[in-house]
Design a protein around this ligand. Sequence first.
Ligand code: GLN
Length: 488
Amino acid sequence: MPAPSGKVAQLGAALDAGELRAVDLAEQSLSAAEDVGGRLGAFVQLQRDTALADAAAADQRRAAGGIRSRIDGLPIVLKDNIAQAGEPAGCASRVLEGYVSPFDSTVVARLRAAGAVIIGRTNMDEFAMGSSTENSCQGPTRNPWEPSLSPGGSSGGSAAAVASDIVPLALGSDTGGSVRQPAAFCGVVGMKPTYGRVSRYGLVAFASSLDQIGPIAGSASDCAALLDAISGHDPLDSTSLPAPPLATADALDGDVSGLVVGLPREYFATEGADPAVLEGVHAAVADLEAAGAKTTEVSLPHTRYAVAAYYLIATAEASSNLARFDGVRYGHRAAGAEGLTGLYERSRSEGFGAEVKRRILLGTYVLSAGYYDAYYRRAQKIRTLLRRDFEAAFAQCDVLVTPTTPETAFRLGERTADPLRMYLSDVTTVSANLAGLPGVSLPCGQVEGLPIGLQVLGRATEDATVLKVADAYQRLTDHHLARPEPSA
Ligand code: GLN
């Protein structure tokens, strides 16, 4: 079995050998972020001075023989909804223009403790609401494989930054697919951990029962190293799992013999799915079989209700979470408004973009007296049924393998006028959030020069298993090494 071919291991070895310094890496990332990143619209802010200082400190630590983790000295970027003391956390929204976070999120505190070098903050859909990184007050991010296409969303800036080799590591957040779908569209690896695995303290809340921060990187082994650094119980997040930090990177042994891979029928029968994408996924399944895995068809019969349930629950929670942006304590404050209600109305009308407003309205509606039972409560019942579907499937198999998305990347502008069509593109990702399961997306080939994403879902808490399957596949194939031509 060849060893994992991740950048974390490669760069770590080069740093150890003194062939490279963390300052050189930070400098390269910063200049690529300005250059390629600028053309792609991947960043909302860069942190040159602190990045170079942190990198110099990492070099000193290493020289003194005291590195803190596998990712010590490595450059990383953060989605703009992850709080960092003294830096903006704008969530690509006008409502948070000028906001500077007074504290570090737990993931940032853990990245610092691990010695990672934060380079800057990446573009996203406003408050993580979207699947294309077009709902940003900073303008869209472009797909590094083809700039007229969307990189996916909402963590499009983070995925584009990794795909164009600006940084080896990034963090995104995944409420209904926002790490996995952009990873699929950009040809990189993105993981949504088990709900509660990574602390949400300091992640600006979209839908609290679904949100998870997740790693984006060039390989499963790199994602594992990053997940290990940020995972583990946090008393500041009451939904955090009572478990120590993971050590998934140590458990990657490339062995999938005897592992049972379930193929959920419904995920291969999505209306409008590109047959070439499904073919790519089947070919990847055949590779896993050749490595000794067994396959079995399973059914997740309530899948057809998942998108509807997701868009009721997520909007309900968003309407409550976003109430804090009232122009008083948080958020843009309109000038010249009359009275308190006038201030709320004007501030929120001016501050939020169209998609966020649509969701606040929908969420408020489904929670209102008379509609709560018809919509919100029914959606919660569907959530339970989806969870049971997965339990039944996981009685027959160890992991599920599906396409991450029914199609490859779509055109910028193609779906902005049709929110329902945009929502329907989340059909293959939202169920993992509703059920709280870990899921990883990894590249498994291309259709007409665009990456296809393979999704591996696991039982709750079995984050290590999905990474192990993804890593085993990457030891057998080299789809994850394909990179876009640098754009001119
Ligand atoms: N595309 C989904 C939505 O628009 C998921 C977003 C996310 O995961 N943050 O809600």
